[in-house]
Design a protein around this ligand. Sequence first.
Ligand SMILES: Nc1ncnc2c1ncn2[C@@H]1O[C@H](COP(=O)(O)OP(=O)(O)OP(=O)(O)O)[C@@H](O)[C@H]1O
Length: 260
Amino acid sequence: MPARSRIVDIEAVTRQFGELHALGPLDLCIDRGEFVSVVGPSGCGKSTLLELIAGLQDPDGGTISVAERPLTGPRNETAIIFQESATLPWRTVIDNVAFALEVRGVPKIERRETAESLITKVGLTGFEKHFPTQLSGGMRQRVAIARCLSMDPDLILADEPFGALDEQTRLLMAFELLKVVDDLTCGVLFITHSIQEAVLLSDRVLVMSARPGRILDEVVIELPRPRGEHVLGTPEAAYAIDRIWSMLKSEAVEAMKATQ
Ligand SMILES: Nc1ncnc2c1ncn2[C@@H]1O[C@H](COP(=O)(O)OP(=O)(O)OP(=O)(O)O)[C@@H](O)[C@H]1O
């Protein structure tokens, strides 16, 4: 297998908000084609980490390189998905997905073809002409995922993309995302509170400490790809879930004490 090139390289990054030491020092690497999840207690600095890699904030110490260059600000090749990603309410599903292509000046026929294939990929066939208000929250997040893929990013940053959905829809969305993930050649950083979701989707799961957030350890998920729903019932998945939870538990208790 050819060596993967690095898309994110972070060394000794720290972030301070006034007196509050929010993050680090923290090291983190992600390769192209790698899906890396971050789990950690509430308030440990996960979103801050994502915003630093997105170039939306500057670190107070350390270095961040993306695509082998020092990061100087937001990049067009980095796609971000938030918990409730904004869709354009006056545009249909297909026009929402094709939006980034339109901005880039891709000809109409080509952008419709690309948008249609992405809509199929995220399981929205038949909803091309619907408007976002006619869709469920899970379906709107699928539109956001398809739109993000249409940008042909080299890096996807996802901050709790299924966090606003109910438990069952959330798990179904993770199963759906598996179909997309196996074909990705870009790097993915996926922030989640769900250990199950992290194990199902990831190549590696990074466990963060209570604030100031540092990487406590990583768990490599050895489950073969392509993966399906069945993997959550395997002893390998159960072992990984148990390992992550045993690390996370004491950190979550610390974080809870700090807020009481
Ligand atoms: N702009 C800001 N100004 C001041 N404090 C901030 C700012 N942004 C974040 N913080 C603080 O930094 C810490 C880390 O916040 P962050 O949102 O990154 O944590 P998180 O792990 O994503 O939390 P959660 O899991 O609850 O979403 C928190 O204590 C938060 O209150």
